[in-house]
Design a protein around this ligand. Structure first.
Ligand code: URA
Length: 435
């Protein structure tokens, strides 16, 4: 077996065997296969796709490249996980995980940092002073036991194949491939060991999947891989044509999540938080999706979900008071209000560009391993469907870094599409697919 023959086979549209896929993945992790041969294979996969068995074999080879966990065996209870394919203003983990924990379901959650224009839960959580996201395995398990959920960053030994392949995909224009996204996400979910997995597949301008049909194909492929590994999986296709909620950044998203847990969520964030939580609870065997919707609503309205978040923050070393006295999250030194220059209905807000403005204010990394400004971000005052009068505030730009506020203001104004007629309402949840 040679890398050359395997690349040629895929290039000609052939189906790779499990052995061939394992040979390439293991060889690449051990540095026996050079970057240029792996890149050629990735490009051939981008052009010719993969069959469901090939995608499953790639996912399993990636899982086996590092450590795997069985949290349910350690905790003596079924565990459920969620993952988003990446979006703007997506603070759902900070709401859905405490809701599920408050309903007695364990959520051992490994989360990521911001990627490109999209935000990451770990960066958001680190805006809480003192909170540790790098936990040993036993610390992680003990927080889950006490708070019902824990959130930790990816360790170096969890799916090292994904780390290496992802870096290569980023540099070779091969990110945007359904089997490669599926294996990247599912390998991490399978390695962390939860029996039930809810995938939030974002669709639209701010997502990797820009159109509905591609998102459906990605969801289908993830569910197939989960099934083959004996896991239960639901995919929730959710709207990313506009940012989720009203806040985009790090501390501002922690504040919006805390407010949501106090009963003050914007409509789209509330709808999605309940829908994702209900799917997670249902996979944990708490009842039908309808029954779990009621459980989720009750956990939120009773304040039990907020209490679960406070407990997790405190156990991970953070100050839970910061979920009430928001000045403890830091106060941005520079705040710019942007007002509308026209009257009309807001019919759209460019989503990917919103992420790029937040990044330019310091909310994301401009360079690998760059610093994050936790106070930086955007707070919208108006959203899609709102009527805005000339001179009314559209939103606020926040930063504590030395950034070009004039440029950010110009770009922010261009995000809004304003018209005389009100737009049709788009639901936040577009479709739910259950395995
Ligand atoms: N998130 C991941 O972890 N991997 C991808 O390929 C895309 C989004």
């Amino acid at each position: 077996m040679t890398a050359y023959d395997i690349i040629m086979k895929k290039r000609r549209g052939g189906e790779l065997s499990e052995d061939e896929i394992r040979f390439m993945t293991e060889g690449f992790v051990k540095d026996d296969i050079p970057d240029y041969q792996m890149s050629a294979l990735l490009m051939a996969i981008c052009f010719n796709g993969m069959t469901p068995s090939e995608t499953a074999a790639l996912t399993s080879a990636m899982v086996n490249s590092g450590d795997t966990y069985s949290p349910s065996a350690e905790l003596g209870r079924i565990c459920v996980d969620k993952h988003s394919t990446g979006g703007i203003g997506d603070k759902l983990t900070l709401i859905a995980a405490p809701i599920c924990a408050a309903c007695g379901v364990y959520i051992p959650k490994m989360s990521g940092r911001g990627l490109g224009h999209t935000g990451g839960t770990i960066d958001k959580l680190e805006s809480i002073p003192g909170l540790k996201t790098s936990l040993t395995h036993s610390e992680f398990i003990s927080v889950v036991k006490e708070a019902g959920f824990a959130v930790s960053g990816q360790t170096g030994t969890l799916v090292p194949a994904d780390k290496k392949i992802y870096a290569l995909r980023n540099a070779t224009a091969t990110v945007d491939s359904i089997p490669l996204i599926c294996s990247s996400i599912m390998s991490k979910k399978l390695a962390t060991g939860a029996e039930g997995i809810v995938i939030d597949v974002k669709v639209g301008d701010g997502a990797f999947m820009k159109n509905y049909d591609d998102a459906l194909r990605l969801a289908d492929s993830m569910i197939k891989v989960a099934k083959l590994s004996g896991r239960k999986c639901s995919a929730v296709l959710t709207d990313m044509e506009k940012p989720l909620g009203m806040a985009v950044g790090n501390a501002v998203e922690v504040i919006e999540a805390a407010e949501a847990l106090k009963g003050n969520a914007p409509a789209d964030l509330y709808e999605l938080s309940i829908a994702i939580s209900a799917e997670m609870l249902s996979l944990a065997g708490k009842g039908s999706p309808d029954e779990c919707t009621e459980l989720a609503k009750e956990a939120l309205s009773s304040g039990r979900a907020l209490a679960a978040l406070e407990k997790m923050v405190s156990l991970q070393g953070g100050n839970p008071e910061a979920l009430h006295d928001y000045s403890l999250l830091g106060v941005p030194s520079d705040v710019r209000e942007v007002v509308s220059e026209t009257d009309g209905y807001i019919t759209g807000i460019s989503c990917e560009k919103t992420g790029l403005i937040a990044l330019s204010l310091g909310a994301g990394r401009q360079f690998k391993n760059g610093d994050i400004d936790p106070t930086a971000g955007i707070i919208f005052n108006k959203t899609v469907g709102s009527y805005v009068h000339k001179g009314e505030v559209l939103g606020k730009l926040l930063t504590s870094s030395k950034r070009d506020m004039d440029a950010a203001e110009r770009d922010f104004r261009k995000l809004f599409r304003i018209s005389d007629t009100s737009p049709e309402k788009r639901p936040a949840v577009l479709k739910i697919i259950r395995s």
